[in-house]
Ligand binder design. Structure first.
Ligand SMILES: Nc1ncnc2c1ncn2[C@@H]1O[C@H](COP(=O)(O)OP(=O)(O)OP(=O)(O)O)[C@@H](O)[C@H]1O
Ligand SMILES: [Mg+2]
Length: 465
């Protein structure tokens, strides 16, 4: 019959009960097997130890392996060389690797999101009944090079993070067939919503006090990441989760990485197009925390209007939209702009109309403190954007209406909690190996003459010379 599940996941209550029973029996069998394996291992270890004990009882004492040079015990441990000039080894606490548990410890409840290579599902831990989100690590099936660096970074960074505004990684689990590399799952705390789904469905925009609460939490999570040398590099509303207690958490660390100061050369192909900073679009490979702050500016605008702020169709169009909103850069507003690889050959209009910002006109209901904050987050020159900590201290959050208490935040019907898959109409984060746009090869003139005919925007044009 059609009701007999094609998939391994339950369809109705009766199926669910049967499935749960089956899972329980399987888990029990597994437990017994693991117990037996442990017993055998203990017996083997006891057997190995026995002859040594016999040695020490009857014959001469067994030789003990010297773990460290004797002089180490008597000499101070600081400095790299001992008095005899023999270099001493510095010892660091090493992490321990344990075996991952199986994904079979979880029952899938429903899909939340299914992408090209990965998926996220709501699931329940069988033993505790705790609801979690299971995220399959993104692996390109064509890439035979093992675990991608992005997956390793995502695990490492999430494992290291501990902040109330960053999603918690509970564990990493593997499928039964461990030879299949795509069988690796992150077990994350479950949150009912992502901000993008809420914004799409809500009939009225957020109140100012609610926007402030969300922005404050976002800035506080980012301040934590930046303090810990982590760049997120893909901040957008679909990567910001919200629970029913008004708590926001930053998620999706698939693009994130640790950086130093000065930052190393980094790939320019990061951040989903609509949230990508102008310096990245212009080919910067040395960039810093300011790229995340630009995305925060885009998110701020989106929270106010429920629409993504800068919806470019491609890199050139994205840059055009940025210049329309923020004005084209000048020597005063962005002194080092001409040195960026894709900026050298751009011809830009001059004059007040082209270089002025349209933010005030675009957000007529925003207070002047709000406009000042948005203007600074969307500063073309990355040096002029505030840090996350500076943002937290901004006047906007002290003005009335004050940020709403999280507990007073409205609740929304959860899409993630239902059996419902969403299809994406918005651009995704750039994939590894994808080619960054080479502006030198694009014929700017054609694109912008069409734009002029449409008589849209602030009346400027970009041209190659
Ligand atoms: N912990 C969670 N709780 C609830 N829902 C989640 C959780 N993590 C992710 N999701 C949902 O799954 C979606 C995709 O998750 P995430 O962004 O981490 O995966 P991704 O495959 O890297 O996505 P993409 O490439 O589309 O950005 C999120 O937009 C959110 O709706
Ligand atoms: Mg995502």
């Amino acid at each position: 019959m059609a009701t007999k599940a094609k998939s391994r996941w339950a369809d109705d209550e009766a199926d669910a009960a049967l499935e749960a029973q089956r899972k329980k029996e399987k888990a029990e069998r597994k437990r017994l097997k693991a117990g037996k394996a442990r017993k055998l291992e203990a017996e083997r270890q006891a057997r190995d130890a026995a002859p040594r004990e016999a040695d020490s009882a009857d014959g001469p004492p067994a030789k003990r392996r010297r773990v460290s040079p004797e002089r180490e015990a008597t000499q101070p441990t600081t400095g790299s060389d001992g008095p005899s000039g023999v270099p001493k080894l510095l010892r660091f606490e090493g992490g321990t690797f344990g075996r991952c548990r199986s994904v079979e410890n979880y029952d899938k409840l429903n899909d939340i999101e299914e992408g090209a290579y990965g998926w996220v599902s709501r699931a329940k831990e069988i033993v505790t009944g705790k609801v979690v989100a299971l995220k399959r690590l993104k692996i390109d099936p064509k890439d035979r090079g093992g675990l991608p660096i992005t997956g390793l970074r995502e695990i490492q960074i999430l494992k290291d993070c501990d902040h109330r505004n960053v999603v918690k990684l509970q564990e990493v689990v593997v499928g039964d067939d461990t030879s299949r590399i795509e069988n690796i799952f992150l077990v994350l705390e479950f949150l009912e919503h992502d901000l993008k789904s809420i914004l799409e469905d809500m009939p009225e925009p957020f109140l100012t006090s609610e926007v402030k609460t969300l922005l404050q939490q976002l800035a506080s999570g980012i301040a934590y990441l930046h303090d810990n040398w982590i760049l997120h590099r893909d901040l957008k509303t679909s990567n910001l989760l919200l629970n029913n207690r008004g708590q926001l958490k930053i998620a999706d660390f698939g693009m994130a990485r640790y950086v130093g100061d000065p930052p190393p050369n980094l790939t320019q192909l990061v951040v989903t197009l609509w949230y990508r900073a102008p310096e990245l679009l212009l080919g910067a490979t040395r960039y810093g925390r300011a790229i995340d702050m630009w995305s925060v500016g885009c998110i701020f605008g989106e929270l106010l209007t429920r629409e993504p702020l800068l919806q470019g169709r491609n890199e050139v169009d994205e840059l055009t939209k940025i210049f329309e909103l923020c004005g084209v850069p000048t020597e005063e507003t962005w002194p080092s702009f001409r040195r960026l690889p894709n900026a050298r050959s751009l011809r830009l209009p001059t004059g007040k109309a082209a270089t002025g910002s349209a933010i005030r006109a675009r957000f007529p209901l925003l207070t002047s403190a709000g406009v000042a904050l948005l203007n600074s987050l969307l500063a073309l020159d990355p040096e002029r954007r505030p840090t996350a900590r500076e943002m937290l201290a901004h006047e906007y959050f002290r003005q009335d209406p004050k940020p709403k208490q999280e507990a007073m935040f409205p609740t929304f019907p959860s899409k993630a909690g239902q059996e419902r898959r969403r299809r994406r109409e918005t651009p995704n984060a750039p994939a590894r190996g994808q080619q960054a746009a080479d502006f030198g090869a694009v014929d700017f003139t054609g694109i912008f003459s069409g734009r002029e005919r449409e008589e849209r925007g602030g009346g400027f044009s970009l041209r190659m010379v």
